[in-house]
Design a protein around this ligand. Structure first.
Ligand SMILES: Cc1ncc(COP(=O)(O)O)c(C=O)c1O
Length: 392
């Protein structure tokens, strides 16, 4: 840890842990201590650590062909794109390497599409307060939390912010400079904020009426996290553009920008690119991950474990008055506290459970989607002891 502080830029408030091994829902530190991992690499290792099928797919590809650039066709990328298209509203896919990078792509695509369709001027994108879309300039400018902007002015112009889950405010923000709306189905980093059941139907209708591109950032909510392959399936709508990353290759870096043919047609050769995007190794891993994540019985299992966790968390809330609200869907949960949450994170860690705190007072639970009821019980027992230790 000291060596890291000497050579690595100081951008993260890291936990004092050196992790060396992972398997399923557990990780081990360099002292041999075992932890139940309810962070899952921040909603990334959805199939658990060191999944053997994914390791095999990546290893086989590593010895076959690692990288040739997007000047050429490669098969794993095409197979992955076909699988994504088959399982979603989308017709076309662009691959990149992270969430922020595909959100940049979505912003560029929406701007170009709106310009082509409606002429100059409709470049503005409406986003929401408390959203999180990444740290690169476009994604940061779309992120509705000023704490992340400090010191980086001037940001990219052309973004407006309205409260999440407020259809009226969204409708009022639309004028003839607006070309797109960018939303997370559930705000993750913003504190696990859920929309009301009809919000997205209203958003879809508004976008249709006004000719706006609806972009959904499913980077955290996608790929089974909420019990459906994509969270928007809960709301009975489809977007025009969707971004995925995090769980896509179960830990290898990959992002995907998906769109309808109509919107995707705004990209032509030379308009957008990524040297590493859709490389054979990550694409082979992602193809295997997607096959596993999209099995109906797997997704039914996530919903079942999610319902079990929900029930346990509502009991849990009644035991600890410091918990103001418990909210979530599938295996994405937040416990909003009346106090700062970081002492809970430390207390859990000392007892062998990794959890994360967002917005200062929301304990976020993002277990791997392969978590068993026993592991959920074990985690809740540790969480209970930790709450007892911190708040009594
Ligand atoms: C909804 C959402 N969008 C975008 C990002 C940024 O992804 P990345 O860190 O891969 O750039 C995140 C990361 O937490 C996220 O939760």
């Amino acid at each position: 840890m000291e060596r890291a502080d000497n050579v690595i830029m100081n951008t993260y408030g890291r936990q004092p842990l050196v992790l060396v091994k992972g398997e399923g829902c557990r990780v081990w530190d360099d002292q041999g201590r075992e932890y139940l991992d309810f962070v899952a690499g921040l909603a990334v290792v959805n199939l658990g650590h060191a999944h053997p099928d994914i390791a095999r797919a990546a290893a086989a590809q590593l010895t076959q062909l690692v990288h040739v650039s997007n000047l050429y066709y490669t098969t794993p990328m095409v197979e992955l794109a076909e699988a994504l298209v088959r399982r979603s509203f989308a017709d076309r896919v662009f691959f990149a390497n992270s969430g922020a990078e595909v959100n940049e792509g979505a912003i560029k695509l929406a701007r170009r599409y709106s310009r082509e369709r409606f002429g100059e001027g409709r470049h503005r994108i409406i986003c929401t307060e408390n959203s999180f879309h990444g740290r690169t300039f476009g994604a940061l400018s779309a992120t509705g939390q000023s704490k992340f902007w400090q010191g980086f002015d001037p940001l990219l112009p052309g973004f407006s912010f309205v409260p999440f889950n407020d259809l009226e405010a969204l409708a009022q923000a639309v004028d003839d400079t607006v070309g797109a709306v960018l939303l997370e189905p559930i705000q993750g980093e913003g504190g696990v904020n859920l929309p009301s059941p009809d919000y997205f139907k209203g958003v879809r209708q508004l976008c249709d009426e006004k000719g706006l591109v609806l972009i959904l950032d499913e980077i955290q909510t996608g790929l089974g996290r909420t019990g459906k392959l994509f969270a928007h399936e809960h709301f009975g709508i489809t977007p025009d553009v969707m971004t995925l990353a995090k769980g896509l290759a179960n830990g290898l870096p990959m992002g995907a920008l998906l769109a309808t043919t109509e919107v995707a047609s705004a990209f032509v050769p030379g308009t957008h690119a990524s040297t590493f995007g859709g490389g054979p190794v990550v694409a082979a891993a992602a193809k295997t991950a997607l096959e596993l994540l999209s099995r109906p019985e797997f997704l039914a299992g996530v919903r079942e474990q999610g319902a079990f966790l929900q029930e346990k968390l509502s009991d849990f809330k009644s035991r600890f008055p410091v918990i103001q609200v418990v909210r979530g869907l599938g295996l994405m949960w937040g416990l909003e506290l009346a106090q700062e949450g970081t002492p809970v994170v430390a207390a859990c860690r000392e007892r062998g459970l990794l959890v994360n705190c967002t917005q200062g007072n929301v304990i976020r639970l993002l277990p791997p989607l392969v978590v068993t009821p026993r592991e959920l019980e074990e985690a809740l027992a540790i969480l209970g002891e930790s709450f007892q230790a911190v708040f009594s």
